[in-house]
Design a binder for this molecule. Sequence first.
Ligand SMILES: NC(=O)c1ccc[n+]([C@@H]2O[C@H](COP(=O)([O-])OP(=O)(O)OC[C@H]3O[C@@H](n4cnc5c(N)ncnc54)[C@H](OP(=O)(O)O)[C@@H]3O)[C@@H](O)[C@H]2O)c1
Length: 333
Amino acid sequence: MWIFGWKGPSGFSARSTAEEVTEGIDATGLTAIVTGATSGIGVDTTRVLALRGAHVVMAVRNVEAGKKLKESILNEIPSAKIDVMQLELSSMASVRKFASEYIASCLPLNILINNAGIMAPPFSLSPDGIELQFATNHVGHFLLTHLLLDTMKKTASESNREGRIVIVSSDGHKFAYNEGIRFDKINNEAEYNCYRAYGQSKAANILHAKELARRLKEEGVNITANSLHPGEIATNLGRNNGLLNAISSGIKYLLKTSSQGAATQLYMALIPNDRTWIRVLSIIEGLGIKNRIRDLRLGLGEEEQNKNRPKLWIWDEEKLGDTGSLEFGRIIL
Ligand SMILES: NC(=O)c1ccc[n+]([C@@H]2O[C@H](COP(=O)([O-])OP(=O)(O)OC[C@H]3O[C@@H](n4cnc5c(N)ncnc54)[C@H](OP(=O)(O)O)[C@@H]3O)[C@@H](O)[C@H]2O)c1
């Protein structure tokens, strides 16, 4: 519970800020991409990565807003190394353009933080004809990661430093449709529910991280992939939904600040892997893409859990006791 600031095994609590969880970490020599760096927790993720010495590429759809933020970070941290590049995640052409320009720049890539997201807008289709939340939150990031993976592998091998892929999900994955991801109904407007579709896209984030982590491990590549829930944070995420916007504005003083919200993903991106805590984080790695999302829900009845136990829970119970699973942002960290 963030209000009480209970500390988890990491020694931090949900109240801990981005600065606190990264204190003493030297990220000099690391290059990171942060998507959605123009608002909310993406801003603090960028700022604190730069503060710790990383070269940060802000991957943003609004380049002007990105440049303004870069200037304000430079005012605060004159040594910050920041670039701004355009990325519209809902357009696969834009994702491909971003990736090819990044690869052409010959920059290394140690850390990829798939942070951008939208929540609960009215139904619409992306330029490629995919329901907008699924396209933005999952498909765009999936393609981006895929296209940048060789660069990350090369960097990890040449630098001998573990690459980190951090995929920002949400506790909202629990609101996914009952059958999990509706592979055959992604674009079904008649049955669209904006909250369930958000949950579906966030569940896809988790499955992406899980399957990616499994593949990287199998390949023996020095890169980890993790997914997380950052907590409930006062940001602009509700902007596409009048009700959500009103609720989050009304309770904003009860929510985490964006620096507290950025803490979990920065921890995952920067914490040295010789610390025990990273092994705790890796419990998020264990679910194969074929498992139904329903299995990930924390509120399943005993019988259903026993019948259909996901690898995540089995791993959790057998290796880690009752540490909790998808609650990192809010409870443990
Ligand atoms: N806030 C919370 O309580 C909460 C809880 C759980 C999970 N999360 C997750 O945290 C992540 C960050 O959200 P936030 O709360 O910081 O929200 P936010 O303040 O709305 O920031 C979202 C960022 O994503 C960018 N973005 C949206 N659509 C994009 C697109 N099509 N292409 C490129 N960039 C796009 C936005 O760009 P513009 O500035 O141009 O719009 C913005 O920079 C999301 O993945 C969200 O699901 C947040």
